[in-house]
Design a protein. Structure first.
Length: 195
């Protein structure tokens, strides 16, 4: 194998491939390069995060330990989307503690854990406003999830966001006040017919 060929594929990663770096989300490997640091030759993945206008260099030997991974497969994406339709599981602990847990899930890079944060912090128009910190965490989680689903399904981020929002709308507690009122009217009509 030539050096150029060897440099193009490392640990199953190759240049041009989209990957997930846990604390930054979806990026693209633009190159695999060698640099000399303190007299040692170091091989690095150059990961570009276009949306954040950031480039990260990850030593190939440390890629696994920092959590660099390939994009989620279709099964994982389906599991994450299904997670969104579940009932929110909000612990009865102080907000600061929950916020730390949500932050840890977002930075884990695990698509299903990120989906749990989106599910738990989502608010429909019929629900009360979120606090600033809740909104920030929700935005971070939905952005990570949107980017990964868009990259996996090879669709735009707008299309991925619509996909996520349609799943959130299916959740049991998401019915708007109008839908709830219609359901109650339907129940009353049925009761009158039965009488």
């Amino acid at each position: 194998m030539t050096t150029a060929k060897k440099a193009a594929v490392r640990l199953g990663f190759k240049t041009g491939e989209f990957v997930v770096y846990p604390s930054h989300g979806v990026g693209q490997i633009t190159a695999i390069e060698e640099q000399e640091v303190a007299g040692f030759k170091l091989e690095l993945f150059v990961v570009s995060f276009a949306k954040d206008k950031m480039t990260l260099r990850v030593p190939t030997a440390k890629a696994a330990s920092v959590g660099l991974r390939k994009l989620a497969d279709g099964e994982n994406v389906a599991k994450a989307l299904t997670t969104l339709t579940g009932r929110a599981r909000i612990k009865r602990t102080m907000w600061s503690r929950r916020a730390q847990e949500y932050e840890a899930k977002i930075n884990s890079g695990d698509l299903v854990a990120i989906a749990e944060v989106v599910r738990d912090l989502y608010r429909s128009e019929a629900q009360p406003e979120q606090s600033y910190s809740e909104r920030q965490l929700y935005e971070a989680a939905i952005d990570r999830m949107t980017r990964e689903i868009a990259a996996v399904d090879e669709i735009t981020e707008t299309e991925a966001l619509k996909k996520i929002e349609s799943q959130l709308a299916k959740s049991p507690r998401r019915a708007s006040k109008a839908e709830a009122a219609e359901a109650e009217e339907g129940d009353e009509d049925l009761q009158e017919e039965a009488a």
